[in-house]
Design a protein around this ligand. Structure first.
Ligand code: APR
Ligand code: PHB
Length: 404
């Protein structure tokens, strides 16, 4: 058996694990990443594409912002289409100048993987039968890599292995509580090399259900339709998709919409999920391993990033200053922000989707709520400040280095 000793073993090479690795590397903290899939698989997954300013700042601090700055599209507003009328929310004016950046999570992952390769950092891709043990005492990670058994001995394990990962599943049942809400519909997403229908994202609330017009670049669009959970992607030809999208749009957008062959098409279920706490002895959960939001608020990747901001800061504080304060506060600090993002994502989902079970009264109340939000400065502000991302305080690497 190969024995590897390191300070932090990161399980999972999604955005959460990769970003943590990069921030630890910048701070000179020894770590490895263990990932069950291949590097090619990880870097080609199609995911969401909106970064909060705080996430952009964190990627900048990690030194992986070159492509992001060159190709990311800053957006200072979004449109909400309801009852056939588009309403623009001027995010920047409503939040004192904040904006979001359109940049695919796939690109974020590729940039982080590239930075890791350049720095010659160690990752075990295609690791099989990954198991974690003894995380309340002397943490260990075991797995098979290139047909060899491996054991990692470490100070801490970062469980960045997504919703279906092994880390959360390894916590004794009496030490963990989970909260879940599953929605009775999914999102059918299409990626196509056609120019976006508008310069800004359009969130569509219609009698036929929710739709979203998003983009990846000036020549690549990402569109979504609310569909029943029982639906199957094979039931949707490209033509049917475009027709249904047109049906949910306003006449002007319908006219402008440029259609083309899909390069990816898939249905994703919508779920809200939170794990409490997020730390178990020397095991930390971060990102999708700890929580899931429905994508309506564009918060999934951003929440993973804020967990990693807290976790990297806590580990840097521990190794550079010898203080356990950040480690002890990790779970509580993350969860405060997580629950607020859960609330916002649930609320946006509730407000913009058609629920089969809702009564006519419920539906009217929802229309009134949306109309109130869009017609009131206070209402617009509450949506905008959540959408651009609630602020959070963390101690940055430069502050630790100044202190020591
Ligand atoms: N051992 C090793 N790796 C594992 C295991 C395991 N047992 N189980 C899962 N993994 C890997 C997955 O293959 C995946 O590459 O962990 C990684 C988790 O990555 P993500 O699912 O992308 O999760 P995270 O890094 O938290 O990113 C959060 O992804 O799903 C979106 O909305 C979400 O945008 C958010 C972001
Ligand atoms: C996307 O571009 O994939 C996207 C954008 C905004 C969302 C969800 C997904 O709220």
């Amino acid at each position: 058996m190969e024995i590897v000793k390191t300070k932090v073993a990161i399980i999972g090479s999604g955005p959460a694990g990769l970003l943590l690795g990069q921030l630890l590397y910048k701070a000179g903290i020894d770590h490895v990443i263990v990932e069950q899939r291949s590097a090619d698989y990880v870097s080609s997954r199609i995911r969401a594409g909106i970064l909060e300013q705080v996430s952009v700042d964190l990627l900048t601090e990690a030194g992986v912002d070159e492509n992001l700055k060159a190709h990311g599209l800053p957006h200072s507003g979004i449109e909400i289409l309801t009852q056939g009328q588009k309403h623009r929310l001027d995010l920047a004016a409503l939040t004192g100048g904040k904006q979001v950046t359109v940049y695919g999570q796939t690109e974020v992952t590729k940039d982080l993987m590239h930075a890791r390769e350049q720095a010659g950092l160690s990752s075990y891709y295609e690791a099989h039968n990954v198991q974690i043990d003894d995380f309340y005492t002397q943490p260990k990670v075991t797995f098979q890599y290139q047909n060899q058994p491996y054991q990692i001995e470490c100070d801490f394990i970062a469980g960045c292995d997504g919703f279906h990962g092994v880390c959360r599943a390894s916590v004794p049942e009496d030490k963990i509580k989970t909260f879940e809400k599953v929605y009775p519909f999914g999102w059918l997403g299409v990626l196509a090399d056609v120019p976006p229908v508008a310069d800004e994202l359009i969130y569509v609330q219609s009698e036929r259900g929710f739709a979203l017009c998003s983009m990846r670049s000036e020549t690549r669009s990402r569109y979504y339709l609310q569909v029943p959970l029982t639906d199957h992607v094979d039931n949707w030809s490209d033509e049917q998709f475009w027709d249904e999208l047109k049906n949910r749009l306003d006449p002007e957008s319908r006219e402008k919409l440029i259609t083309g062959p899909s390069i990816e098409k898939s249905i994703a279920p919508l779920r809200s999920f939170v794990t409490e706490p997020m730390r178990f002895g020397k095991l930390f959960l971060a990102g999708d391993a700890a929580h899931i939001v429905p994508p309506t608020g564009a918060k999934g990747l951003n929440l993973a990033a804020s967990d990693i901001a807290y976790l990297s800061s806590a580990l840097i504080q521990y190794y550079l200053d010898g203080s356990e304060q950040g480690i002890n506060e990790y779970s509580e600090k993350c969860l405060q922000r997580v629950w607020k993002a859960e609330r916002f994502s649930w609320w946006m989902t509730h407000l913009l989707h058609r629920f089969e079970t809702e009564s006519e009264f419920d539906h009217k109340i929802k229309q009134a709520e949306l109309s109130y939000i869009l017609g009131s400065l206070a209402g617009q502000t509450t949506l905008a400040e959540n959408y651009v991302g609630l602020p959070y305080e963390i101690k940055h690497l430069s502050e630790f280095q100044q202190a020591s």
